[in-house]
Design a protein around this ligand. Sequence first.
Ligand SMILES: Nc1ncnc2c1ncn2[C@@H]1O[C@H](COP(=O)(O)OP(=O)(O)OP(=O)(O)O)[C@@H](O)[C@H]1O
Ligand SMILES: [Mg+2]
Length: 258
Amino acid sequence: MLVNSSQRTQPLTTPVLKLEGLSKSYGKNVALSGIDLHVMPGNTVVVTGPSGCGKSTLLRCIVRLINPDSGRIIVAGEDVTELTYSDLLNVRRSIGFVFQRSNLIQRLTALENVALPLLAANVARNEAGCKAQEALERVGLVGNVVHRRPCELSGGECQRVAIARALAPEPCLMLWDEPTASLDPILVAEVLDVMEDLVKTGGTAMVIVTHEMRFALRAADWLILLNQGKITEQGIPMKVFNNPKSELGVRYCRLLDL
Ligand SMILES: Nc1ncnc2c1ncn2[C@@H]1O[C@H](COP(=O)(O)OP(=O)(O)OP(=O)(O)O)[C@@H](O)[C@H]1O
Ligand SMILES: [Mg+2]
């Protein structure tokens, strides 16, 4: 049985996420090939790379929205590749997922959207309301705004509600798939600030797919550059940017103008 971050009993040296030789092809198209990764508690890994290099496939394999062809996925000590469907649902509840679009339920308020996964996990209504309120506070949404529906919120506020919804169940791991990609530059900065704050104060392990390299430099413990399904560069962000080994790495460095 998996546990959330406040109930965690694993020793701190156990990785929250371990990928070993993860591979996935669609017909002849190799989306991922032999990916190895360790994410320790509280650590933030940024994954980047050109369109189609396998970033979303990687995140979706972790929660088995996509089944890998081979390799192992271990979340908080559990081999996700070997679980029955009901155990897999438990694993998914212990992982927060933030997508490019907020995917909020339009007829529910911000508060109700955030409380919903808690209620679905049989948390009592009062407690779910309190936890949802706390999660909304953590992303800077307080006051009457939490009683508005998504159509009455800005894009940045909607994305903050989506982040609060992922945070509220106190996940042991958060996966982010280009959470700022559909926002205008001002809202990008707003959401990146919220993310950076969570990285620094949260203690939750995170795997963040993003093209925001300055954010990676500030917030990530580890940077992975994917190219055609393989890890082409990895390391502490500043080291990767200071000494890229691949042509793609050099091109990504130029983006930063270091
Ligand atoms: N359901 C699918 N069926 C067939 N091919 C797929 C499927 N999903 C993804 N692919 C292919 O797998 C490769 C990796 O796709 P993926 O969505 O993981 O890339 P990505 O790095 O997330 O790209 P982007 O930056 O555009 O979001 C691509 O070549 C893509 O065309
Ligand atoms: Mg993608």
